[in-house]
Design a protein around this ligand. Structure first.
Ligand code: FAD
Length: 455
């Protein structure tokens, strides 16, 4: 069965960011694409059960936003028209990090700030306009269906949550698992006799507390977004304020290694007071809260190594958080999902040009996507190793990288070139090797990094 096939059908498990972006790609190669989403979906930007992280701050890095814009031309304008705030990362962000404020200079690196449900809703609306994609909500995928020898996934068993519905089998030429961090693929593969994939786990024990505040239109504020990040190993507390749609601020406080923010009013303020710069505490004391405080606990970065399995069935792709879920503080998940979708497109294109089968395409994806994950994994897992309570195997070279990045962060307070090059890497615009560009390497190796903290 070669790619493309006129009557081919792809099934996607999960209608969140990774599933929606993958479906957009599949629609160009398959006759029909069906997304099964277990939640009931509404035509608005509501948080939902299947995506509990949706209540918390979600930054989208420039690379992710650009890939989304390529998939859905005009998306960025639609976000801004709908109330997202456009911010230039190196200029509009006030960013306190490792004891210093980063410089604020223009760089042309613009992102949009909005809530996670709003971004997902805008993408979902665009996906629903594509005629060969069918989004079936309130429908739970219960297991894979295989051929007689279990060599190939040939569909899924689904159960609608609507009254009176019974289990059904849906055949598919390709099944894409985008069901998130709680993906059942390891268990389903084990039940089919494949065993489970190896996992890399970096235990960080991060906690979040999030609250929305009013953002009066004429507010005179010296920044458009604010980040106060800690200095490891002693500092474990982070605070973020982002502007979002509906003239609101979203404020998130978080902590590593079990230092979780409390969810009561006084406790939260006290946590904010102990951040390394006072600005978020001052803001919270004066701003008007609009919602209760929502909490979230994130135990560990988890990466599933399907590429190392001795046997892997045909007809199956795993991507998004199902494959790799990062410490959310680094804001990499949605951009990585967009990169996974891009990799899927590259593999499908290659299969078309070479006249390859779908199984050869899926095998190629299995081998290729881990290489794309290495860089964000190294950044997240390596950074988490700065805190002594973090447990797991540090990526190779972590002590050197953390020493190097420590100096980069210090220099980003006074060298615009270092700042912009760092922000380009953090936004996944440039490959991480670009952080060793001579214009960064030279000052890192030769200049003093002692800087008096500015108020
Ligand atoms: C607290 C927190 C904050 C985060 N902040 C950021 C951030 O700032 N920036 C960023 O880029 N990323 C962030 N992330 C990560 C980001 O949320 C994910 O990487 C992103 O949503 C992509 O995930 P996904 O689509 O793979 O899975 P998910 O978003 O988890 O979605 C999985 C979907 O599959 C559905 N589903 C599950 N099982 C089934 C089934 N059996 N049948 C049918 N449907 C099913 C679920 O209902 C859900 O809709 C954060 C994560 C957390 C936990």
């Amino acid at each position: 069965m070669n790619v493309p096939r006129r009557d081919a059908h792809a099934v996607v498990i999960g209608g969140s960011i990774a599933g929606l972006l993958a479906s957009r790609v599949l629609a160009d190669y398959f006759d029909t694409v069906t997304i099964f989403e277990k939640d009931h979906l509404v035509d608005s930007a509501e948080p939902r059960m299947g995506v509990p992280q949706g209540r918390h701050v979600h930054s989208i890095w420039k690379r992710g936003l650009s890939l989304m814009e390529e998939s859905f031309p005009g998306l960025t304008s639609e976000l801004i028209e709908g109330g997202s705030a456009e911010v230039e990362m190196t200029k509009d962000f006030a960013w306190y990090h490792r004891g210093v404020w980063k410089l604020r200079v223009p760089s042309g690196i613009f992102i949009t700030c909005q809530t996670r449900p709003f971004l997902e809703w805008q993408i979902r609306r665009r996906v629903c306009q594509i005629s060969n994609i069918d989004l079936v909500d309130h429908c739970h995928v219960k297991r894979f269906v295989t051929d007689a020898t279990a060599q190939r996934i040939t569909g899924v068993a689904v159960q609608s949550r609507r009254a009176g519905a019974t289990e059904e089998t849906v055949s598919a030429d390709l099944v894409v698992d985008a069901s998130g961090r709680g993906s059942r693929t390891p268990r389903w593969l084990e039940e089919l006799g494949y065993g489970r994939p190896d996992m890399s786990v970096i235990d960080v024990d991060v906690g979040y507390a999030t609250r929305f505040y009013a953002r009066p239109p004429q507010e005179d504020c010296p920044w458009k977004a604010l980040i106060v990040a800690p200095t490891p190993p002693d500092g474990t507390r982070l605070g973020v304020i982002f502007p979002v749609e509906g003239q609101r601020w979203i404020v998130m406080l978080g902590g590593w290694n079990g230092d979780h923010p409390p969810r009561d009013e006084d406790g939260l303020l006290e946590f904010a007071r102990n951040l390394e710069a006072p600005d978020i505490y001052t803001f919270m004391r004066e701003a008007e809260p609009l919602t209760p405080i929502a909490g979230y606990k994130f135990r560990a970065n988890v990466r599933r190594h399907y590429e190392r399995m001795r046997r892997f069935p045909g007809g199956l792709i795993v991507l998004g958080d199902s494959l790799c879920s990062f410490n959310p503080i680094y804001g990499q998940g949605m951009t990585t999902s967009a990169l996974d979708a891009m990799t899927l497109r590259e593999c499908l294109d290659r299969a078309v040009h070479r006249g390859e089968s779908l199984d050869a395409m899926a095998h190629h994806f299995l081998k290729r996507v881990p290489r794309r994950l290495d860089a964000p994994w190294r950044l997240a897992a390596g950074e988490d190793m700065n805190w002594p309570g973090t447990q797991g195997d540090a990526p190779f070279g972590t002590p050197f990288m953390n020493w190097y990045f420590g100096r980069v962060h210090a220099l980003a307070a006074r060298d615009p070139q270092v700042l912009v090059r760092f922000v380009r890497v953090a936004n996944m615009i440039d490959s991480p090797v670009r952080i060793f560009h001579p214009r960064v390497l030279a000052p890192v190796l030769t200049r003093s990094t002692r800087v008096a903290p500015s108020p």
